[in-house]
Design a protein around this ligand. Structure first.
Ligand code: FES
Ligand code: FE2
Length: 347
């Protein structure tokens, strides 16, 4: 599979490398190791010692340096040899390194040319920073399906009416759907006026009231998505202060598996830790019991075949997802055709 290289992927959460911890995680088929450098900044190197290819994650981390557990070579966050117990620590002894960053409480990695890594190209997820920590719910849901199937799943929310009827579903199939482009980003907007709100929206619009609901799913390449939900009783003005946003971030682990990170935020009952706990359980349960099994079965049916070679039937609800797939293909082709970027990676 060919991926977009010169772009930021979510690698995890910054707290996964706090308190002297290393984080080993495969991204785009490459085993990576994340840790904090001597200045506390996130760093990423290939999790494979250049000597005899032992995983560096099987060694030790201290003071910004990782020491291989096999023969003791040590490397800093830039991949330079910090110590060689068998001779000089020369510049020739290196492990491949990657640009890493921490922004909006997310850990990012740039899988292409580190010299081109610009933190200002990280999508704006400031809604996370604006939410009190007690109302931020974060998690990771590993899924054995390729990342574009997970992106399709968010871009086509009509699936919620069938897969999540007791929580999120009910209004998407009949909603007015609009697809909007903004630079390289694509948004699908679902608008339902005077509808019966989905069970999960009853905290915003209690029964028996009818609701006006707007749900936006916004995709940033390669797989960073934000769903915004606005719901208010029909006949009352919208209340933007009550809108809530959730990050759904799809990072390819391999060609057939995905790290699905999510981060839910809310502007109401922000200090209710118990509510956060129960929302996390509901979210993970809906995903683990409903989305994940379907996505993994879908992947099994597709196998190694190219998606388009199977001639998928296209319905009107697919238009956002199809436009995202086309945009992603165009961005990958553009990087491949632009040699300084040499970016698209095979794995
Ligand atoms: S394999 Fe790492 S030092 Fe030998
Ligand atoms: Fe779903």
């Amino acid at each position: 599979m060919t991926y977009l290289g010169d772009i930021w992927y979510q690698a995890g959460w910054p707290e996964e490398i706090d308190e002297g911890r290393m984080l080993a995680r495969t991204i785009l088929g490459r085993p990576l190791l994340f840790f904090r450098d001597a200045d506390g900044r996130p760093a990423a190197v290939l999790d494979r010692c250049p000597h005899r290819f032992a995983p560096l994650s099987a060694g030790k981390y201290a003071d910004g340096v990782v020491t291989c557990g096999y023969h003791g070579l040590a490397f800093d966050g830039a991949g330079r040899c910090a110590h060689n117990p068998h001779g000089k620590a020369t510049g020739a002894i290196r492990v491949e390194s990657f640009a890493a960053a921490e922004r909006h409480q997310v850990l990012w990695v740039w899988m292409g040319d580190a010299a081109l890594a610009d933190p200002d190209r990280i999508p704006d997820l400031s809604f996370i920073d604006q939410t009190p920590p007690t109302a931020v719910i974060k998690g990771l849901m590993p899924t054995n399906a390729e990342y574009r199937l997970l992106i399709d799943n968010i871009m086509d929310l009509s699936h919620a009416d069938y897969l999540h009827p007791t929580t999120l579903g009910g209004t998407f199939t009949d909603a007015k759907m609009t697809v909007l482009h903004d630079g390289d980003s694509i948004t699908v907007e679902y608008s339902s006026i005077d509808c019966e709100p989905a069970p999960a929206l009853r905290v915003m619009v209690p029964p028996p009231l009818r609701a006006d609901v707007r749900v936006d799913a916004r995709w940033h390449p390669p797989g960073v998505m934000v769903i915004g939900v606005s719901a208010h009783p029909t006949g009352t003005p919208p209340n933007p202060a009550a809108d809530n946003f959730t990050l759904h971030s799809m990072t390819p682990e391999t060609a057939s598996s995905t790290h699905y990170f999510y981060c839910s935020t809310r502007p109401f009952q922000t200090d209710d830790v118990e509510l956060s706990r129960s929302l996390k359980a509901i979210l993970e349960q809906a995903f683990a019991a409903e989305d994940k099994p379907m996505l993994e079965k879908q992947q099994q049916r597709i196998g190694d075949a190219d998606f388009w070679s199977l001639k998928p039937l296209l319905l009107p609800v697919d238009s956002g997802a199809v436009q995202v797939r086309r945009k992603l293909e165009a961005l990958i082709e553009a990087q491949q055709a632009d040699p300084p970027h040499q970016a698209a990676r095979q794995a």
